[in-house]
Design a protein around this ligand. Structure first.
Ligand SMILES: NC(=O)c1ccc[n+]([C@@H]2O[C@H](COP(=O)([O-])OP(=O)(O)OC[C@H]3O[C@@H](n4cnc5c(N)ncnc54)[C@H](OP(=O)(O)O)[C@@H]3O)[C@@H](O)[C@H]2O)c1
Length: 298
C-alpha cells in the first residue's frame, strides 16, 4: 500500500489516524470546513457534493481508503435528517463505489450507536437496532460498504477518549477543561459505553489495513462498561482533579433531541483474538493519557 486517503482527517479520530499511518505510506487527509493546523497533506472533500468527491478520488488514486468522516453529532443528525443522510449514507456510497471500481482497500469507521442499548456488551453477531437517525445512517452506510466492497473492513468503535488536537473537542477534553476551570459537568449515570483510548483505535486501523484476514465486521472498545459519570470520575482521578464538579444526572432529566441508548457497550473479544491481545484496558488507556500533556486551559 503506497497511498492512503483518510476522510475526516480534521476530526478527533482523523488526526490520530493521520499520525498512525504516516510512517507506513503516503497519507492524504480530507476536511470539509476548515483545514487542520497540523502539518501534513490535506485536501478539501465535502461528502455533500458527490461530483467533487469522484474528481478528487480520480486525482489522488489511493490504494487504501479509511472513511472516518461523518456528521457525528447525534442531535444535529436528528434535526437535519436529510443532510445527515446525504453525508453519512450517500457520501459513503460514492466512496465505496469508487473503491470497488478501483480495487482500493476500504475501511469504514462505524459506531456502537448502531445498537439500541437495551442489552449491552454487543457482539458482531447481534443484529443492529439503531434508535436515533445518526445510528440509522451509520448502519445504512455499513450495509452499502459491505455490499459494494465485499473484502472491506467495517470497524464499529466505542466511545473514544483522548485529547483532541482538532477543533472538534472530545468528551475527555470537555470534562478536563471544565473541571480545571472549576465549572460543573453534567454526566449521565444511566448511559453505559465501553470507552477506548483514541490512539489505540488509530493503531488498530493501521494494523487491520495490513491484515488480509481482517475483512469483515469488528467491534472495538475498552474492557470496562462504564457510565459517562463513572468515566468522568476515573478521568478526574487520573489527573488529580477535584471530582465535586461532576454532577450525576439521568438521561430523562436532560432534554436532548436524539434518543440515546442505555447500554451500547461492545464486546471486543473477536478483534482482541485477531490482534493477539487479551483486551484494551480502559484503566491502562487512562494511565497512558495521564502521562501526556493535557490541553492548556485558558
Ligand atoms: N467520537 C467518538 O467517540 C466516536 C465513537 C464511535 C464512532 N465514531 C465515528 O468515528 C468517526 C470519527 O468521529 P470523530 O469523533 O473523530 O468526529 P469529529 O471529530 O466530529 O470529526 C468529523 C470529521 O468529519 C468531517 N466532516 C463532517 N461533515 C463532512 C462532510 N459534509 N463532508 C466531508 N467530511 C465531513 C469533519 O470535517 P471538518 O472538520 O472540516 O468539519 C471532520 O473531519 C465518525 O465516523 C464517527 O461516526 C466516533
Amino acid at each position: 500500500m503506497r497511498r492512503a486517503l483518510v476522510t475526516g482527517a480534521s476530526g478527533f479520530l482523523g488526526s490520530y489516524l493521520i499520525r498512525a499511518l504516516a510512517g507506513t505510506c503516503d497519507v492524504v487527509g480530507t476536511y470539509a470546513h476548515r483545514a487542520p493546523e497540523a502539518s501534513g497533506n490535506f485536501c478539501r472533500l465535502d461528502l455533500g457534493h458527490p461530483e467533487e468527491v469522484e474528481t478528487i478520488l480520480d486525482e489522488l488514486r489511493p490504494e487504501a481508503l479509511v472513511h472516518a468522516a461523518a456528521a457525528a453529532d447525534l442531535d444535529w443528525c436528528e434535526r437535519e435528517p436529510e443532510r445527515a443522510t446525504a453525508i453519512n449514507v450517500e457520501g459513503t456510497r460514492i466512496l465505496a463505489r469508487w473503491a470497488a471500481a478501483h480495487g482500493c482497500r476500504f475501511l469504514y469507521i462505524s459506531t456502537d450507536q448502531v445498537f439500541s442499548g437495551e442489552r449491552g456488551l454487543y457482539r458482531e453477531s447481534d443484529p443492529a437496532s439503531p434508535i436515533c437517525h445518526y445510528g440509522h445512517t451509520k448502519q445504512q452506510a455499513e450495509t452499502i460498504v459491505r455490499a459494494w466492497v465485499p473484502d472491506s473492513i467495517v470497524l464499529r468503535v466505542a466511545l473514544m477518549f483522548g485529547w483532541s488536537t482538532s477543533r472538534h473537542r472530545s468528551a475527555s477534553n470537555a470534562i478536563y477543561e471544565n473541571l480545571t476551570r472549576g465549572q460543573p459537568v453534567r454526566l449521565f449515570t444511566d448511559q453505559y459505553r465501553s470507552p477506548i483510548l483514541v490512539d489505540w483505535v488509530a493503531e488498530v486501523v493501521a494494523r487491520l489495513l495490513r491484515l488480509p484476514e481482517a475483512s469483515g465486521l469488528w467491534h472495538l472498545g475498552g474492557d470496562q462498561r462504564w457510565s459517562r459519570y463513572e468515566f468522568g470520575l476515573k478521568l478526574a482521578a487520573s489527573f488529580g482533579l477535584d471530582p465535586s464538579g461532576l454532577l450525576p444526572i439521568r438521561m430523562a432529566e436532560f432534554s436532548s433531541l436524539a434518543p440515546r441508548g442505555k447500554d451500547c457497550s461492545l464486546d471486543s473479544t473477536r478483534i482482541c483474538r485477531l490482534l493477539g491481545r487479551t483486551r484494551f484496558s480502559a484503566e491502562e488507556g487512562l494511565n497512558r493519557l495521564a502521562r501526556t500533556s493535557p490541553p492548556r486551559v485558558e
